[in-house]
Structure formats: structure tokens, C-alpha cells
Write a protein that binds this ligand. Structure first.
Ligand SMILES: [Zn+2]
Length: 353
């Protein structure tokens, strides 16, 4: 890390982060908003609400009560473990292979599902279609992940619907993982607009655009970390004891082999790194120390194109010319767009499935 980077004195957010501003103690806006939000949360009430939701679905499905998206990462593994062993739900685990899934992750997914006594389905869509969507997303938005952001939730909904499951419980933690919406917001409407010029929309319908919004409304989706405190040390301890997970808090990484490339592209586009905000979130939530976060970020944050970057670009039909003007690209052009206007659009679209 260069000396010149100004960072929040509490988490590690750098000054390139959107609207970051620091107070007189050097504490950033995101930390201050976090404290406000957390002071209002009544975890006991939330867990009661969770139990009420689960009661409504338990024993109701044909064979399964709940579908759990299962990547093999700590959050989804812990979610599956809790659903099965603590909450007594009949689970179907759903794994999605975007074409860049780490083989070891898939081995763990199969082993863990078997040990938990849970049925597993995996879905790997046609590579040609996905790669074409990655290429188009990268060219227009500066990041190829946009394709997965739309494809994965649709695939999850369709899998639930197809198995007559009305509840999806995922392990996504807004507090720990959500990227800044300023840089990474994507929804179906925007996605359709982006893809329209290069796809026949019929090609996209099955994988990306769920056929019926009415049917989507019939499936409830919740994220477990919004209902119970998500304590990473306890999560790792449980998973290592019960499922030989074999990782620690410091090992946090993504199971997608595209991540080093997407992190590099992200930094080029936004001026700060994926790992910087990810570890800032963890420091803020008290999971690791500020010093450790800085050390990890210093080691892992890609300053230069990662190994295999050119062949990665080639695999999705691009080359380095796609980097030209990348810092001008984004979904809502977060550098210049009015923040309140963007927030409003995001809110309205958020009400859609
Ligand atoms: Zn901060």
C-alpha cells in the first residue's frame, strides 16, 4: 500500500470510495451509517421473525421446504448447516457453475452435501451463451460480473419453482459483502437494455429473464445474515468441526476463478479495490483487526494485471482494448450522476423481483 492513500481511521476505506467523507476523527461515512443502523437492530425480534417465516414453510413443500443456494463458501455452507441441523428444514442445495468455478470448491460442495444428508442439484449453463454475455457486460459496463449478477438469482428462482419450493434461504450478508451500490448496481431492466443489441432476447429468456414475474412473486427469498448475528469466528469453528471446512477468517476469498481479473478491472474502473471494501466491512463488523486487513489488502489487492489476464480476456472474446475508457464506465455512471436520483431509481427497481 502506498503511503499516500488516505483511509478511514476505523475501517480502511480509502478516499477514492464514493462520497466517503471523514469526520474530525477521520471516521468515514460508511462507518457512521453502520453504527446508526446497528444501534437500531433488535436481534431477538429478528430471530423471532425468522422462526415465524420458517414455521410457515416447514413441512409444506412436496419433498423440500427450502432451497439453499450453495457455493461451498463459508456463508452458504453455514446457512445450509443451520437450516438442516438447527431449524429442521428439508433442504435442497443448489449449486451454480458459471464456468469459472474452482474445482476444489465443487469437490467440497459434493462432499459437504453428502455429509449433511442433503440433496444437491447443480446447474452449468451453456458456456458460449455466458461468455457472450460476459463480453457484452465488460464492454459496456466495465465489469463482466454483471452477467452473473442477473443470471444466478434467476437460476436460483427457477430451481426453486421447478421443485415446487416456495422459500429460498441464502447466506448473503449485506453488512459483510455488499459492494458499494454506487459502483455495482445491476438489475434486469438495465441488463436487458445492455444485451438487446447483441442477443435475440429469446436466447436470454430461460437463463436470464425469468419467464413469469407472477411466479417469482410466489417464491419468498430471505438472507439469513439479516435475521441472526453473523459471527464469523463461530461460523468457521462450526464448519471446521462439523464439515472439515479447512479455512480461517484470513482465508476469505471467492471460489470464482474470475475474481482476480474482476478485482483488477474493478480497481481500474473505480480507483479502489474489491478487497479494500470487503475487508473494510469486516473491520467495521469487528471480525478482524484494521492492521490485519491492511496486511491482507496489501498482499492481495491487484495493482497490475494478474497472471493469465490476457488469456482470460481472450476466453471471453476480448483483449486489452476493452480497458480504454474503463474509468468512465459504470451502471449509473457513479462519478457524475446525481446521488439522490440514482438512489431513487435503485429503490423503485428494488421493489421488482
Ligand atoms: Zn470507515
Amino acid at each position: 500500500m502506498g503511503e499516500e492513500v488516505v483511509r478511514c481511521t476505523r475501517c480502511i476505506l480509502p478516499s477514492a470510495y464514493p462520497d466517503v467523507d471523514y469526520d474530525e476523527n477521520g471516521v468515514c461515512r460508511v462507518c457512521r451509517e453502520f453504527d446508526m443502523k446497528m444501534s437500531k437492530i433488535d436481534w431477538e425480534a429478528r430471530e423471532r421473525k425468522l422462526e415465524k417465516i420458517l414455521r410457515r414453510y416447514r413441512g409444506r413443500g412436496t419433498k423440500y421446504d427450502v432451497l439453499v443456494p450453495f457455493s461451498g463458501g463459508k456463508d452458504s455452507t453455514y446457512t445450509l448447516w443451520l437450516m438442516k441441523n438447527k431449524y429442521g428444514m428439508r433442504c435442497l442445495a443448489f449449486n451454480f457453475d458459471n464456468g469459472f468455478l474452482d474445482e476444489n470448491a465443487l469437490v467440497f460442495v459434493k462432499k459437504a452435501a453428502a455429509r449433511l444428508g442433503v440433496d444437491l442439484v447443480t446447474y452449468s449453463p451453456d458456456k458460449e451463451l455466458i461468455y457472450k454475455a460476459y463480453k457484452r457486460a465488460l464492454e459496456t459496463t466495465g465489469e463482466f460480473c454483471a452477467a452473473c449478477v442477473v443470471l444466478i438469482p434467476t437460476a436460483i428462482f427457477r430451481a426453486a419453482d421447478g421443485h415446487n419450493i416456495r422459500l429460498i434461504v441464502a447466506g448473503f450478508s449485506d453488512i459483510l459483502e455488499a459492494p458499494p451500490p454506487e459502483t455495482s448496481y445491476m438489475d434486469r431492466i438495465r441488463f436487458k437494455d445492455i444485451m438487446k443489441p447483441v442477443f435475440d432476447l429469446r436466447e436470454l429468456r430461460w437463463d436470464y429473464l425469468f419467464p413469469s414475474w407472477k411466479r417469482m412473486f410466489g417464491v419468498k427469498q430471505i438472507n439469513l445474515p439479516n435475521y441472526i448475528p453473523w459471527e464469523l469466528p463461530k461460523i468457521y469453528e462450526t464448519l471446521n468441526r462439523e464439515l472439515d471446512f479447512g479455512k480461517t477468517v484470513a482465508d476469505v476469498r471467492y471460489d470464482c476463478l474470475g475474481t482476480p481479473h474482476s478485482s483488477f478491472l474493478y480497481r481500474m474502473r473505480t480507483g479502489f479495490g474489491k478487497y479494500e471494501y470487503l475487508y473494510a466491512n469486516m473491520v467495521r463488523a469487528g471480525v478482524i483487526s484494521r492492521e490485519e486487513a491492511l496486511r491482507i489488502v496489501g498482499e492481495r489487492e491487484p495493482r497490475e494485471a494478474p497472471e493469465g489476464f490476457d488469456s482470460f480476456l481472450r476466453s471471453i472474446g476480448c483483449d486489452r482494448s476493452v480497458l480504454q475508457g474503463i474509468d468512465e464506465k459504470s451502471l449509473f455512471n457513479f462519478r457524475s450522476r446525481n446521488r439522490r436520483l440514482r438512489d431513487m431509481v435503485v429503490k423503485v427497481r428494488g421493489m421488482l423481483p
